[in-house]
Design a protein around this ligand. Structure first.
Ligand code: FAD
Length: 387
């Protein structure tokens, strides 16, 4: 399946779900929406923060492999595209299994983003003493600027590289991560939470939506989530009387949200409680890793691997999110097909995401405020009275 955009992806997901539902004949054509959805106060003056980061994309997928270098066993764990948070636990388990074969009890982890932190936690739970070395830690890492939803096949590889072997490894990582995320529900601060989410569309969901232009550079991505049919939330149509949105077609599904502020803090606290240490340090040359006292190292520098290891296969895919003043009463997410709009009800603000025209291979992390303001204005239109 040809998919250039996350929003298109979501449309495809919903359409696929609709088709599957119709085939199964099992789901009701409609069911009652919550009594009233609190409207989002969508005005640009309510933007409290805009974050930009780059997805560390590799056409062949993340690099998770061990090598002997600099007199060390070096396990690489980087290049997770737009799926780093989602796949982190499964990816960490693969990397730690490789590290454990050395028999060493001390592990260095280079990097303290989604991948480094979860690798460190998995290693601790396997009985290792772990020291993290990193230039930055949350909330300064790129991972902290992510959207924070379960999106395990978002820009994870190109269709060309989605071989059966890759798909099998991806599925194992995704299922392992998903399982761990279910064990993090119901904790103080809601680090992980399920929400309803509404998909809006001007055309029926089984028709392609007119996508905003300008993203022709992106490659084809595979629809790997098809492999997770049993844990993939279903979607159902919502009748016009049951939603406040200014859209002809609306469907509802559920979405797994990571509240990255409290979730990162939880990971750090757990890491320190189990004796973990963080050494703030930037490595300029990979050979500097040879000077670390640990003999086994997991390398999890994300996009940093491009400079550190000269991995030119890493492509930066820029992404920008804005946060509106938190509205605890808004407990649903939404996306509007063809309108370049994705909204997540995070605890630290209503997150509004829109894609830029030139995000592909773009490492410019300067804020484009006009992009986010335009997205917030489109969000206001989504709540305008229906014609
Ligand atoms: C806009 C946007 C939205 C996203 N939304 C989602 C989402 O909803 N769900 C999802 O699953 N994924 C999402 N992603 C993808 C996800 O954010 C990434 O896959 C993930 O952050 C990668 O994590 P990482 O730990 O590999 O890298 P990073 O977070 O970049 O961490 C790298 C670590 O290595 C350190 N480091 C780097 N270079 C060096 C060096 N030379 N010396 C020492 N330390 C170094 C850094 O300081 C940092 O600690 C999104 C990405 C973007 C851009």
């Amino acid at each position: 399946m040809h998919r250039r955009l996350f929003l298109q992806h979501t449309g495809a997901l919903l359409a696929a779900s609709t088709a599957a539902t119709a085939r199964a004949g099992g789901l009701p054509a409609d069911f009652a929406a919550p009594a009233a959805l609190a409207p989002i106060r969508a005005t640009p003056d309510r933007i409290i923060d805009i974050a930009v980061c780059t997805r560390p994309f590799r056409a062949e997928g993340p690099r998770i492999e061990a090598e002997r270098r600099f007199g060390k066993t070096l396990v690489h764990n980087y290049g997770h595209g737009g799926s780093g948070w989602s796949l982190s636990w499964g990816s960490a388990r693969l990397a730690v299994a490789m590290a454990l074969t050395t028999g060493e009890k001390q592990l260095a982890v280079v990097g303290c983003g989604a991948i480094g932190l979860t690798t460190a936690r998995v290693a601790q739970r396997a009985g290792l003493r772990v020291r993290i070395y990193c230039k930055d830690r949350p909330p300064e890492v790129r991972s902290s600027a992510a959207t924070g939803v379960w999106s395990p096949d978002s820009r994870i590889c190109t269709s060309e590289h989605a071989t059966p072997a890759f798909a099998q490894r991806w599925e194992a990582m995704a299922r392992s991560s998903f399982k761990t995320y279910q064990s993090l529900l119901g904790l103080p601060g809601d680090p992980v939470h399920w929400h309803d989410a509404y998909a809006l569309s001007d055309v029926p969901f089984d028709q392609p939506s007119p996508a905003p232009g300008g993203r022709a550079e992106e490659p084809d991505y595979p629809d790997l989530e098809e492999l997770l049919g049993d844990i993939r939330p279903r979607s159902v149509p919502v009748a016009p009387a049951q939603h406040p949105f200014n859209a002809a077609h609306v469907r509802r599904h559920t979405m797994l949200v990571f509240n990255l502020a409290s979730y990162s803090r939880l990971l750090l606290e757990d890491f320190f409680r189990e004796g973990g240490e963080i050494v703030q340090r930037e490595f300029v040359h990979a050979r500097e890793l040879g000077g670390l006292r640990e003999r086994t190292i997991v390398h999890a520098t994300g996009y940093g691997a491009r400079a550190l290891f000269g991995d030119d296969s890493l492509v930066p895919v820029r992404g920008q999110t804005a946060r509106l003043v938190p509205q605890p009463e808004v407990d649903y997410g939404m996306m509007w097909r063809g309108h370049n709009l994705f909204v997540v009800p995070r605890r630290d603000g209503i997150l509004v995401q829109a894609q830029g025209d030139h995000d592909w291979n773009n490492e410019d992390t300067r804020v484009d405020r006009a992009l986010s303001e335009a997205a917030v204005n489109r969000l206001a239109v989504a709540f305008a009275p229906r014609a």
